[in-house]
Design a binder for this molecule. Structure first.
Ligand code: DGL
Length: 273
């Protein structure tokens, strides 16, 4: 018998910690009927200073965990894991896996007028040059200027997103980039959209700011629809949150970002997967 609720299985979303909630938030906004299982690797954050081998190992473990939750698609919300692990891990599972780099790059290529694009991200993301490669595949003429901004992550996590100290750090990291001709800047790290208004104020109106979360949620919608896997049920969606450490702190942070009542976050020993 045909199931007219569509596919009610959840979508798996993972990140190195809390930052991926900016992507989960966008998925909730654009796909309000989809159930979500979110995993934040709070025991091993930050990924941005880790090696490629470890980022691949962590991503594999998280995908094995999400498989136990019978997810129908996986979104790697973390830019660092998308940059370093996506190509490897997506070949190892039958579940569709998408990351944030291709959607973010596409949005930037569509937005730029002069082909000069800035990317702010973690050390590992910028060093990998994945954004540069993906952007150049889409527009071989594009010029990409990357800048690691590692202090943005702890500033957001410590609640300093609106603090003047953050303006100083933005100035220190991004002044050189402001001297260039970039007309588009990708916020290539999960936390940076939480600094969006300050970064926009720093660059002024001439620079278009791209948050890859928006296009990622659109891509997710597209692959679910193509595969006939949309959740067509009109029941309110449920979201479950799992972390590898500090569950209470995660819940508190999540409640400041999401309009969804996060409730209790569950602890998982991710090394067992
Ligand atoms: N989630 C990471 C990213 O988007 C930022 C935090 C980290 O370094 O793990 O790259």
């Amino acid at each position: 018998m045909k199931n007219n609720s569509g596919n009610t299985a959840p979508v798996g979303v993972f990140d190195s910690g809390v930052g991926g909630l900016t992507v989960a938030r966008e998925i909730m906004r654009q796909l309000p009927h989809e159930n979500i299982v979110y995993f934040g690797d709070t025991a091993r954050v930050p990924y941005g200073s880790k090696s490629r081998d470890n980022i691949i190992r962590f991503s594999r473990q998280i995908i094995r965990f999400l498989e136990t939750k019978e997810v129908k698609a996986i979104v790697i919300a973390c830019n660092t894991a998308s940059a370093l692990a996506l190509e490897t891990v997506k070949e190892e599972t039958d579940i569709p896996v998408i990351g944030v780099i291709v959607p973010g790059a596409r949005a930037a290529v569509q937005a730029t007028r002069n082909g000069i694009i800035g990317v702010a991200g973690t050390e590992a993301t910028i060093r990998s040059e994945t954004y540069t490669k993906v952007i150049r595949e889409m527009n071989p003429e594009a010029v990409v200027i990357g800048k690691p901004c590692p202090l943005f992550v702890p500033l957001v996590e410590e609640g300093f997103a609106k603090h003047r100290i953050t303006e100083e750090v933005i100035d220190i990291y991004l002044s050189d980039m402001r001297q260039t001709q970039i007309d588009t800047l990708i916020l290539g790290c999960t936390h940076y959209p939480l600094l969006r208004s300050k970064i926009m104020a720093f660059f002024g109106e001439k620079v278009h700011i791209v948050n890859p979360a928006y296009e990622t949620a659109m891509d997710l919608k597209h692959i679910l629809r193509e595969g006939g896997n949309e959740n067509l049920s009109d029941k309110a969606a449920s979201c479950q949150f799992y972390v590898s450490d500090a569950a209470e702190k995660f819940s508190q942070f999540a409640n400041t970002i999401l309009s969804y009542d996060v409730g209790a976050t569950k602890l998982v020993n991710i090394e067992e997967y």
